[in-house]
Design a binder for this molecule. Structure first.
Ligand code: CDP
Ligand code: MG
Length: 752
């Protein structure tokens, strides 16, 4: 059988060769990074020791230097050599052996489910096979969707390199706020959400001849919706080919969904993985994980370690403990190279996890779920799995969406274990008992659609003309409670009329790739003559939470710098506006960022987002107008028009409680309002962050009469009279509990 063959000498030789080549490529990538120095514009200046390195790096840079290569004459050979190497490498991937069979199956069937281990070449190879086989000859593109942005970019870059073309030409990618494609693009990697957006403008998907819904096992909301939509399109477009690709073997569900579509299995190159469980449950999985990693390092033969953690904060903690504890190990023990990876890690540092550890050293990768199927890291022999991950969960009752650390599913645990057996036999250390694997863990992760706020999904579906949501063909339907809640929200926002039909406001909101509340704020800004300002605020809010940074040794100076943007205490939204405006005025200066403890990366992203939103504003015909710094009430009113559900009132006992629902909430310590005394009586906030308490992030003062003006369907006069605490038990308890909790310091929250 194929597995046996792969485990034999041939497979091994291949895998060794592969990792050597990977090493070479990564080395040159490293050098490319070290030696490129930006000139004016985006041209690169290269100083290379030898031409081979030059050409390799050029290939990695997406062959940006094609023209210059010609001048180098002989070195074209080196480029050809790299291409040959890459082509050889492609042939070692498990999917290669099945290329003809797969193409034959695709020719014969309209819809196919493709299943194969992570790393077998599904994502990078299948679109190329289809392109080579002429599926794009008629001018139609191949779409390949990814649930993660990072994956879409990195895979597109890899495929462009394999095809020897510049990224954005024949091969490109498209993610929210960033389109790297051109007229020429035949193979288009994109986030599932982007294809969904394109659907709004092109309901028959006429630009595409093939749609590959990749990583379908992740079951992101957008993927789930896409599955329902493409199933429908396939019915009236017999020429459209549909591939659903998944890493886990239980693909029957997809096959059933697509009327018993055939399943094409790519036998993986998977080695034996020994699974070890703890004898008793671990009280503290972080402690246990650190101990396990150190023990493996000291006792086990060479091979890298992959440790799964739940988030950035936890990864940083473990990184620090490991550094401290390995410092004292002395010179007899090999070095332990610690490599963190999570979505927010700057791209420069992300590539570090792919670099092989120096000889005699061992690498330990501290990763979030991103390493479960989206990223393949070579050389991992040991996996340490505490059995937890952070998942988004939504409560339709309270309308809050929170990230909670929860036990993973059996399917996830098995995927994680498999990461150790990719290039040789592996070991997986599960920090939970065998009993809890068998009895406590669910088989599958609950699909995102069943644990999320559906307002944005429902809005998109309505914009697609799908009015009857109950009979939409979902792989797993969302809870009707969640759907109802979403309909109510959209009605309150004025996006739907009382018959549940899309209004003009709703149509405009659907065009903006933003949360419906933020989209509504932008649409409302037209009425208040401040679309420029609200656009900036929306861009800043979409660019991420890491606007400021706060070095521990200069915390006070950093705080003072932040406070500067809060002048006039108009609120955090206006503070974000001030940051952006001043940054623009400084000519996007890096020095300005450094002086004000502002993250330049976030600012650049905000600028990109803003440019995209400007274009969309034109499309929905919202006039760009500025209230010219004068009328901040206009800005705050527009924000309130979107976020009127997120409002709180300060009661006489000093605590904020949400309007209508009366939940005790606190001002996030990173807010400019946190230090204000007295604090405003009425506030609107961007979101709630739930830790030990619920914290309002991005807080702005409002006037209660605005609520009646912007949300007459939602608020009546009597909603604005708070039931003042008449020593009612529940309230008092709530307040007492809140007081007992240790008040968090700013550091607990920074950059979460
Ligand atoms: O989609 P699937 O998990 O089946 O595999 P893939 O993403 O097509 O990856 C196949 C191989 O391409 C991996 O084993 C990596 O060696 C290589 N690859 C890479 O070097 N860089 C990337 N960004 C993606 C893949
Ligand atoms: Mg893949």
């Amino acid at each position: 059988d194929d597995d046996g063959e792969a485990r034999g000498s041939k497979g091994k030789a291949f895998s060794e060769q592969e990792s050597w080549e990977d090493q070479q490529i990564r080395k040159s990538q490293l050098e490319f990074g070290a030696k490129d120095r930006g000139r004016a514009g985006d041209e690169y200046e290269f100083v290379f020791d030898d031409a081979v390195e030059f050409v390799k790096a050029a290939a990695i840079a997406g062959t940006e230097l094609e023209d210059q290569t010609d001048e180098l004459g002989d070195e074209i050979d080196a480029k050809a050599m790299l291409q040959r190497e890459l082509q050889d490498q492609r042939k070692t991937l498990p999917v290669y052996k099945f290329k003809d069979e797969l193409l034959k199956a695709i020719a014969e069937h309209q819809i196919i489910i493709v299943v194969g281990e992570t790393g077998s070449g599904k994502t990078t190879q299948i679109p190329q096979y289809l392109h080579e086989a002429g599926y794009t000859a008629n001018g139609r593109k191949i779409a390949c969707t990814q649930p993660r942005r990072v994956a879409a970019i990195s895979v597109a870059a890899r495929v462009a390199q394999e095809m020897g073309v510049k990224l954005g030409h024949e091969v490109g990618y498209s993610i929210r706020f960033e389109d790297c494609t051109s007229e020429k693009t035949a193979v288009k990697y994109m986030t599932d959400g982007m294809l969904l957006r394109e659907f709004l403008g092109e309901p028959d998907m006429a630009s595409y001849g093939v749609v590959i819904v990749d990583e379908a096992h992740e079951r992101s909301i957008s993927t789930d919706i896409l599955l329902g939509l493409v199933k429908d399109v396939a019915r009236f477009r017999p020429d459209l080919k549909l591939l659903i690709s998944s890493a886990t073997l239980n693909a029957e569900k997809f096959s059933d969904f697509f009327d018993m579509a055939p399943v094409f299995k790519i036998p993986g190159r998977r080695y034996n993985v020994d699974i070890h469980y703890t004898v008793a449950p671990e009280a503290d999985y972080v402690d246990a994980a650190v101990a396990t990693v150190l023990q493996l390092h000291v006792t086990q033969p060479p091979g890298d370690i992959l440790l799964f953690l739940t988030g950035q904060e936890e990864i940083e903690t473990v990184e620090e403990i490991l550094r401290r504890r390995t410092r004292g190990l002395g010179t007899k023990i090999a070095e332990l190279v610690i490599c963190p990876i999570y979505a927010n890690l700057p791209t420069e540092l992300q590539t570090k996890i792919f670099e092989p550890a120096p000889p005699d050293a061992r690498k330990v990768v501290l990763a979030t779920n991103i390493a479960e199927t989206s990223l393949t890291i070579d050389g991992i022999s040991y996996v340490v799995d505490p059995g937890f991950c952070k998942v988004k969960s939504y409560s339709p009752r309270t309308g809050t969406e929170v990230l909670l650390v929860q036990p993973i599913s059996k399917a996830s645990a098995d995927q994680r274990a498999g990461r150790s057996g990719r290039t040789g036999p592996g070991k997986c250390f599960r920090l939970f008992t065998e009993h809890s694997y068998k009895e406590d863990m669910t088989d599958e992760t609950v699909p995102e659609i069943q644990r999320s706020n559906l307002a944005s999904v429902v809005l998109s579906l309505k914009a697609l003309g799908i009015n009857d949501l109950v009979s939409f063909d979902f792989v797993d339907p969302p809870a009707s409670e969640g759907l109802l809640r979403a309909l109510e929200d959209l009605f309150a926002l004025g996006a739907l009329n009382s018959r549940g039909e899309l209004t003009k406001t709703g149509r405009r909101m659907a065009e903006l790739p933003l949360d419906p509340m933020l989209a509504k704020a932008i649409v409302a800004s037209e009425r208040y003559g401040c679309s420029e300002e609200v656009l900036t605020i929306a861009s800043m809010l979409s660019a991420g939470n890491a606007v400021f940074y706060r070095p521990k040794d200069r915390a006070l100076i950093a705080d003072a710098a932040r406070q500067h943007f809060n002048a006039g205490s108009a609120g955090d939204h206006v503070a974000l506006l001030n940051v952006y405006t001043e940054w623009e005025r400084s000519g996007h200066s890096a020095q300005w960022c450094a002086d004000h403890f502002v993250q330049p990366r976030t600012m650049r992203r905000a600028r990109d987002v803003r440019e995209q939103l400007e274009a969309l504003l034109e499309r929905v015909e919202i006039e760009r107008r500025s209230c010219s710094g004068g009328d901040l009430d206009a800005v705050r009113k527009a924000i309130t028009a979107g976020f009127f559900r997120n409002t709180a009132q300060r009661w006489r006992d000093g605590f904020y409680r949400t309007l209508k629902t009366w939940r005790t909430v606190f001002v996030h310590p990173s807010s400019g309002m946190a230090r204000l005394d007295p604090r405003p009586r009425w506030v609107v906030y961007h979101e709630l962050v739930e830790t030990s308490n619920e914290y309002m992030r991005q807080v702005t003062e409002l006037k209660p009469e605005w609520l009646l003006e912007v949300a007459p369907h939602y608020y009546q006069e009597n909603n604005l009279d708070a039931p003042e605490p008449k020593k009612a038990k529940a309230h008092e308890q709530g307040a007492a509990v809140a007081l007992e909790k240790p008040s968090p310091s700013l550091n607990d929250f920074f950059d979460v």
